[in-house]
Design a protein around this ligand. Structure first.
Ligand SMILES: [Zn+2]
Length: 130
């Protein structure tokens, strides 16, 4: 007998990341996030901008991936200096919206996404404190 397995209802597949206990933003340098589990993630501003999760930037990154050669030609207007954060707002209790000095403001960084792109590898335990 055929059976339809509905795996949409699996609760473990949609667990939400908990909100950070601390958010520290240095607009021209880095974003530091401390999570309830003690993990600390430090995101360089340039990295956050290049990993912007909005639909438009995702599309751009996909385009880059499709190219056979790994040559990335970035839009080369450096006359205005490096891109920095011009503003940031909490979105509900699940995300951080970042506005950039280049006028881009559609990137919403959910806690889940931030944990995913965290440059620091998770530390197995909290036993290494001095
Ligand atoms: Zn974007």
């Amino acid at each position: 007998m055929p059976r339809i397995i509905a795996d949409m209802s699996d609760p473990s597949s949609q667990q939400q990341a908990p909100a950070p206990t601390r958010l520290d933003l240095k607009k021209d340098e880095k974003l530091t996030v401390v999570w309830p589990d003690g993990r600390t993630c430090v995101y360089p501003i340039s990295m956050l901008r290049s990993l912007c999760p909005c639909a438009h930037c995702r599309e751009l990154r996909e385009e880059h991936k499709k190219r056979p050669l790994g040559l990335n030609v970035l839009p080369g207007d450096h006359s205005q200096g490096p891109i920095v954060v011009s503003g940031a707002h909490l979105v509900g209790n699940y995300a951080l919206k970042i506005e950039w000095s280049d006028g881009h403001d559609t990137g919403i960084y959910s806690w889940e996404y931030l944990r995913e792109i965290c440059p620091q590898t998770p530390i197995g335990s909290t036993g290494s404190r001095t």
